[in-house]
Design a protein around this ligand. Sequence first.
Ligand code: EPU
Length: 338
Amino acid sequence: MKTYENHSLLPYNTFGVDVDASYLVEYDSEEELIQLLQLDLLRENKFLHIGGGSNLLFIGNYQGVILHSHIMGIELKKLTETDVFLRVGAGVVWDDFVAYCVAKNYGGVENLSLIPGEVGATPIQNIGAYGVEVKDVIYKVECIDVATQEKRIFTNPECQFAYRDSIFKRDLKGKYIVTAVWYKLSRQPQLNINYGSLVDEVKQYADINLQTVRQAVISIRQRKLPEPKVLGNAGSFFLNPVVDQNHFDALLQQYPEMPYYDLHNATYKVPAGWLIEQCGWKGKSVGKVAVHGSQALVLINKGGANGLDIINLSDSIRASVKEKFGIDLTPEVNIIWG
Ligand code: EPU
């Protein structure tokens, strides 16, 4: 376990915002986490558990303890003729795990290639891309109860997964810390290549398999999304909003070219990136921040921006989308006020 005082969070948030935390603690095992939760340091200060810091926006210095897991390891727990069960430490970098699965020919996570972050965060916000969500392959989630330090296992249904959402973000927010995730992957992979931009991208490969699907996803992401080490960002800044039938009918009449996903319950998801682009924001700079030129859903730190610069841009975007389309955009990024 390592504890640092007044430590910079610059390497711990992909937005590249330069703030400090009163304390930063990195632990290496479940046992260390249990000890840690019993210390006065955590009982007397507020704390925030982070993963890769790829979905966070710090507005100011964090006056408390930042916790970060270094629980590593990918363990093969069970192999059947059709499936493989893997137990993965919360601190494993997500894309290292995806690369491992693809190399072993275990199918199910290849569409989630190159998503930044660590394994422990994947069940919390149910990461998703190109027609796949991590809920499709999560078998169970091992956690420690913050209040009692007891171990608790959540089965997939108990996690109550939804679009970028789970019980860990709602009723149980802050109450459990994920230590390991079990994934059930397929040894007879069914490729999932029906998502819009992936359909065309895979056409250039002679053979379509886990490796080439991973390659195709990586190519699309590299084209559309900025590399956080070069331009600070946290991926999609907003959730894709859902509108009801009446609102949808009115919008489609006015904007027949509007892309959408029919959720088949008289509601429709509309891409926030399209709405933002229609308001003229794509590629626009405001001081040290900007809207990405290849995907309007991504806000970027051009260098030296602080959290408020980003929030101000986000507020201006939300106001334009509200005015033009009558839709309230909700940030997907977790905003930490200090
Ligand atoms: N679009 C525009 N202009 C833009 C961006 C998008 O018109 O600037 C249109 C596209 O042409 C397309 C539609 O919007 O018709 C959807 O675009 P895209 O496929 O890029 O996906 P998205 O809905 O904007 C979501 C996820 C991404 C994920 C992609 C691919 C959310 C909030 N975002 O974006 O996730 O990579 O689908 O599956 O659901 C992330 O969460 O950080 C993230 C990058």
